[in-house]
Design a protein around this ligand. Sequence first.
Ligand SMILES: Cc1ncc(COP(=O)(O)O)c(C=O)c1O
Length: 391
Amino acid sequence: MTDLRKDFPLVDDIVYFDNAATSLIPEPVINAMNEFERRYRANVGRGVHRLTSIASQRYFNSHQKVARFIGADAGTTVLTKNTTEAINMVACGLKWNKGDSVVTTALEHHSNLLPWLRLRERGVGVKVLMPHPDGTLDLSAFELAVNDNTRLVAISHASNVLGTILPVKEIAAICNEHGTRLLVDGAQSAPHLPVNVKDIGCDYFCFSGHKMLGPTGTGILWMKDSDISPLLVGGGMIESVSTEDYTLAGGYQRYEAGTPHIAGMIGLGRAVEYLEKAGMDSVREHERRLTRKLLGGLASMENIRIYGPAENMERIGVISFNIEGMHPHEVSHILDEAAAIMTRSGEHCCQPLMRHMGLPGGTVRVSLYLYNTEEEIGLLLETLEEITRRL
Ligand SMILES: Cc1ncc(COP(=O)(O)O)c(C=O)c1O
């Protein structure tokens, strides 16, 4: 993976360990976006001139590349702004009935909790399952909570705070028994593990392009069936319109009203190609090796408390910890000042989880990606040793 680093100019100056928030972006992705802006900028799906034809084709290709990336040879792949928009599209687009219920967990990012909590205004019940301290949840909790009134289960594939990977396939099987739809928030899984939506057996899979080497303002909603109504209506998503009525287009067009983020989505397609070339199995293995080294190093230090599953459990390279007696923001600030190491500190958009774990200030979070190195982990551990020595 080290030869990839030349594509990420920022890694020469800093250590970037905030990949769960947003990843860095490689030069080929920037070039793909620039090429659109410089050489064939035009709107998509409108008109017939040569520029719009090229732009439309490349924009269409991005849908196909993203679909292939998650093993979606069927269903509909919609390009969105981010994971948050994708989840809200499902929450707002399903036809809810009074008495329906949604099952979710306290592990969720606010983006996979608030859209469901808001449904309470419409008479929908929301059950929130509580995880164990390492972020795991018993399947029996889902078996108990899901019944024939459960319209939807909404869960993360991997936690953005603890790194825990949830048994989504087994949860899909429970949903199946009750005719319940399953939405998987893949914001932290798709960038880091091979994902196959067919294999998972979910109905909706949501993730963010900007967390997987793509530009900001890019996300994805994959749906097994196009069974939601669109969030927005307007140009670019209709079959026909009269002054009285309109007929919606089919496919992804139905859900993409207005001019999309064309350069960004073309960049997203290039980002997917980049990851495929690196190989998602290799990305996973590389991050596993770094996670092992980091967890081992942290465990050997006094005054450090690690949260989340052990290294030998199913987990991603998202590691949360605290130094006793120090606020996470203070630690993160010193890491930046002392060694140009970028980490995330605070509640990670997971206030219910932080409250459940008794961590009002949150944690320091290190999140890894393919361009990170063992040397960078070494530097982090040395700097943390130095900080704890001064306590
Ligand atoms: C698990 C999870 N879900 C949802 C989101 C929201 O992603 P976005 O800000 O791209 O909408 C994040 C972002 O960190 C996340 O980690």
